[in-house]
Design a protein around this ligand. Structure first.
Ligand SMILES: Nc1ncnc2c1ncn2[C@@H]1O[C@H](COP(=O)(O)OP(=O)(O)OP(=O)(O)O)[C@@H](O)[C@H]1O
Ligand SMILES: [Mg+2]
Length: 180
């Protein structure tokens, strides 16, 4: 079992622990994710739209994120994704200080701008990987599925669970309204 592998691992380095989990694969709410090798993750998700357009939509925002894909059936697709290294920002870890939190927030704002006219509204820690200076956004299912609904500033704030410790909603709203 994966939990035994984690327990018997020789250290607690979060990057190595994430690697063990990914190497074993796990189910996500709508499909599954597992690593193929150090550079590639497979994500199997439901298919609701034209795959060629969907892949282009994602790769236009994050060039090269979907390396290749296989349509498995009318309702399922395997996406072979660039695998990023790093750790997820969490409410009590991953973010070093307010300045760092502001930097990650800025990257989220830029991502929202880049994704337009699509909506990307899930900036929870599990969808972000921090690797030194690099900030990666993963889980681009909304972009893939051509999601365009408008969401409130509050919903954006609530998805950023790693930010709450450093910033109240009122401050967030001010920053957000300077951009949108
Ligand atoms: N491209 C990637 N590079 C590195 N790790 C990844 C990548 N894609 C997914 N992962 C890892 O797998 C986890 C789940 O993937 P993802 O966020 O895409 O699934 P999900 O659709 O959010 O699933 P759920 O809806 O159950 O949360 C991520 O939090 C991350 O740890
Ligand atoms: Mg996710």
């Amino acid at each position: 079992m994966v939990i035994d592998k984690i327990r018997s691992h020789h250290n607690n380095d979060p990057i190595e622990i994430i690697g063990i989990i990914l190497d074993n694969g796990f189910e996500v709410s709508k499909g599954l994710v597992y690593s193929i090798d150090d550079t590639t993750v497979l994500k199997r998700i439901p298919l609701y739209c034209d795959p060629i357009e969907a892949v282009a939509r994602v790769n236009n925002v994050v060039p090269g994120f979907i390396k290749y894909y296989e349509v498995k059936s009318d309702t399922q697709i395997d996406l072979y994704l660039t695998r990023y290294k790093g750790i997820h920002p969490r409410p009590n870890s991953g973010i070093t200080d307010k300045q760092h939190a502001l930097k990650v927030l800025d990257a989220c704002i830029n991502f929202v701008k880049k994704a337009k006219p699509n909506t990307h509204n899930d900036f929870s820690g599990g969808n972000i990987l921090l690797d030194g200076e690099h900030i990666h956004f993963i889980d681009l299912d909304q972009l893939f599925n051509d999601y365009k609904d408008t969401i409130s500033v509050k919903e954006y704030y609530f998805s950023m669970n790693w930010l709450h410790r450093y910033m109240e909603f009122t401050e967030f709203e001010k920053i957000w309204s300077n951009h949108f």
